[in-house]
Unconditional design. Sequence first.
Length: 215
Amino acid sequence: MILNDIVTQVRAIIQDETVTYRYSDTFLLQICNQGLKRIQLLRPDLFSYVGTITCTQGAVIQTAPSDSLRIIEVYSIVGGTGLVEADREVLDQTVPTWPNDTEAAAINWMRHVRNPNKFFIYPQAPASQDLDIEYSQVPPTYDGTTTVTLLPDAYVPALIDVVVFLVESIDNEHVTSGRAKMYKDLFMAELGATTASLPVTDTENAGQPLQIEVV
């Protein structure tokens, strides 16, 4: 997928193919990049990226990389054992002193419900502990010829539809509101985007109760 191809298809749909364009390529590329970010907000799982972070020693709260929209999964210690996702409230009730336990290799990780780019680990991180994690990576601002690697090609129609929706929404002179709504509805249907679906798409256990392992 490259954005110049998206622009060409969008121009055909909005009937802006005459050389004296209503919209410049630069403007449509900006809208394409906005469209990618809107898709990510609704389906962060589509922009998943697996990478490595170094934990902050002596801390139970860890932070995702700066290009992260939200944590999807914490897999394992690099070269070590896997981590089990747990519920922090349950851990608070069963082992109230867990944040102060001695530094050791991570066993559990827990989501930070008020900050999707932070997460808890148990126990405190020792020095030089690296974790393999998966997170939703914020797409960069693409030019027209760079391959969009973060979004699968199967979602090209969704990107076209959201770009058409955004363009038609501002083009009051040339379009009716019904046309813009049609493409918005197509876009939402293609993504299957509902708030209720996020726990299913973002967690390995699909929203089911979590296990806790305590040392």
